[in-house]
Design a protein around this ligand. Structure first.
Ligand code: PYL
Length: 262
């Protein structure tokens, strides 16, 4: 998991309604509706009190991270607050302030736990499913719905699972042959390709940590790319050429986590 930095999330809380409008244009659905589709949940969600607990372990606090996660949750209609204390003391505070759900992240994992219902959501899984759902919606009106998933890590695998549930034909591009083989064994219905670069795939989920992996020559002006990867996996020329790019750093992942635990 690539760690976000302060400047990645600065101002993100102020642009939530703008992002929501962009998603509506691209997919016909709002942030929350896409998250609900990704997790097979009905709206409205059951209200829950949510605490976001800052975590100091490892590389420590990312300035603005907990505030941004809280702002996204509140924007989506949740009753969310940040604990004043961090780590285990923050968890205690969450409990004593009546939170049923806790969101928290260290350098390896970003998770939400519903204490009462025993439900857990992982951000990588939620992100993969959320972006696959957004792409699925954006592509739905089209006749062909073969989707190229780049990357067989946790985000890519979650995208694959969502797309297979929707009976979409999934093509996997993964540079690591062992990972590709393992993924093929886990999901026997997918097709694995050694070379995806010829520009024949219209719908793409870019789920690798490789910056600017997709170049202009790899796509057409009809391409729709869902790109949750951090750093951004679409080169500037490709981003200009594509019909649509669906990209945001935290919003859709958090919305899908909220739907997962509600
Ligand atoms: C969850 C994001 C999505 C992309 N990269 C992930 C990341 O930045 N992880 C690290 C999060 C650390 C948060 C820090 C805090 O402020 O509580 N421990």
């Amino acid at each position: 998991m690539t760690r976000l930095v302060k400047k990645d999330i600065a101002e993100l809380d102020k642009n939530l309604s703008h992002l929501d409008r962009l998603l509506e244009v691209a997919t016909g659905k709002s942030l929350l509706e896409i998250g609900a589709l990704a997790m097979g949940k009905a709206l409205p969600l059951i209200p829950t009190r949510i605490a976001v607990v800052p975590i100091t372990t490892g590389l420590g606090i990312i300035q603005g991270f907990s505030e941004t996660v809280t702002a996204i949750l509140v924007y989506l209609g949740a009753d969310a607050f940040i604990t004043e204390k961090t780590d285990v003391s923050g968890l205690q505070e969450a409990f004593f302030r009546g939170a049923e759900v806790v969101f928290m992240a260290d350098d390896q994992a970003f998770s939400a736990f519903h204490f009462k219902n025993g439900i857990f959501s992982d951000n990588s899984v939620a992100t993969g499913r959320g972006f696959a759902a957004a792409l699925y919606l954006a592509a739905k009106a089209q006749a062909e719905r073969e989707v190229l998933v780049l990357g067989a890590g946790p985000v890519g695998q979650a995208a694959i699972e969502f797309l297979l549930e929707k009976n979409v034909l999934v093509v996997l591009g993964e540079i690591d042959q062992d990972k590709a083989r393992a993924c093929g064994e886990k999901y026997p219905d997918i097709k694995i390709v050694a070379d995806w670069t010829a520009g024949v795939y219209q719908y793409i989920v870019e789920a690798t940590p490789i910056p600017e992996l997709i170049k202009a020559k790899n796509i057409t002006d009809q391409s729709i790319i869902a790109a949750p990867g951090v750093p951004f996996g679409v080169a500037p020329g490709a981003a200009e050429k594509a019909d649509q790019i669906i990209h945001n750093l935290l919003e859709l992942g958090v919305a899908t986590m909220l739907c997962a635990i509600s």
